[in-house]
Design a protein around this ligand. Sequence first.
Ligand code: PLP
Length: 456
Amino acid sequence: MIHTIIEPFRIKTVEPIRMTTRDERRRWLDDAKLNVFKLAAEHVLLDFLTDSGTGAMSGKQWGAIMEGDESYAGSKSFFRLESVLKDLTGYRHIIPTHQGRAAERILFSVTTKKGDLIPNNTHFDTTRANIEYQGAEAVDLVIPEGRQPRAQHPFKGNIDLERVEDLLRREGHRIPFGMMTLTNNSGGGQPVSLANLRAYRELLMRYGKPLILDVCRYAENSMFVKLREPGMQNRTVKSIAQEMFSLADGCLMSAKKDGMVNIGGFLALNDSEWVEAAKTLLILTEGFPTYGGLAGRDLEALAVGMEEGLNEDYLRYRLRTVEYMGEKMKAAGVAIVEPTGGHAVYLDARDFLPQIPQEQYPAWSLCNALYLEAGIRGVEIGSVMFGKRNDDGTESYHAMELVRLAFPRRMYTQSHFDYAAEAICELKARAHDVRGVKMVKQARYLRHFTAEFAYA
Ligand SMILES: *Cc1c(COP(=O)(O)O)cnc(C)c1O
């Protein structure tokens, strides 16, 4: 029996990446105002900024792209995608959008009003921003283990049912529907169990509230269910996914994740009234309902990608890659969110950089140091992304200071990961030299994308 899990693909097209010097990187980082979002991608060696839209497409997807029907209305590429998504999700209406946040904006615009509350395990940053933009409140109710980086639990993305019930009892009139994010991206890529989703569903139903899923990483979540939830081992990942969809009234998806494409998203719903309002808004801002801001070829690539994303050899290799990186970190004494999630390793920056107080954004500082020392780009999931400057000038901080290293799908190989692991361990040995930062410029929404910094 051979235990090594290999990349279940071989390489057909290559894209060179370039080594850079520390001096070059220091200059580029300074020019970027100490914000890695502002770096030119060609100045990055290993780009773990996000797994969103960054993966490699298959030969089959590139082939399907040539089949794209670019008709403005009634494109056959739409019907092909629609049939794949209806088979998978069981929802009656499929509304393509250019990416996840467009689906979010449309959903919240037609369902949510000022003063509303929307519970979720943890809202992703664009989800939260789109809810707040409507004047509503995004409430995170993940289980307590999900907030503790080293608490062991197989499903740290689960929602805290007691707190949900309490919220429904006290504030039910303000809640248009409940949400659940699979996997819980902002909480460490942690999965949700089928049992928790079912119980949440039943709870919401008792209060007459629909459930909408954020299914960006539903395939990874379903694989975790297969591997970790009792009684699931002999089921296919697809049937687990189908059961999860069946427990909700609709979903939104950034197909740039488990859809295995570089651009795309969709909203899938059962409720005809919501669908009508959503399509009206879609036409106003995204495009006609059979393309929703995408080209016909994008719809084709997505139809193929949705099926490839459920391939179990691929999912096993994908989750194992993340776990492998996690094992290397732990062996070197680098604190991470445990157990590892589906798409990323999250470094605990407060543990890595104990000398940097939260006011100096330890996770942001670690991100910059990783780029400076090794050309690796990660992303801060901490107080720059989730904290905020209050109207009275005080600052609110996030519970965790994490650096997320998100892994693009089917793109990097084992030696890339080994290089990254070695670089992080090296940096750990010199962590006391890393400096904190102060924020010198920020925007009101999603400030991490554009904020500017100086060394503290
Ligand atoms: C990426 C993501 C989104 C937003 O999707 P975009 O395609 O980036 O607009 C929403 N929710 C979750 C959980 C995500 O990971």
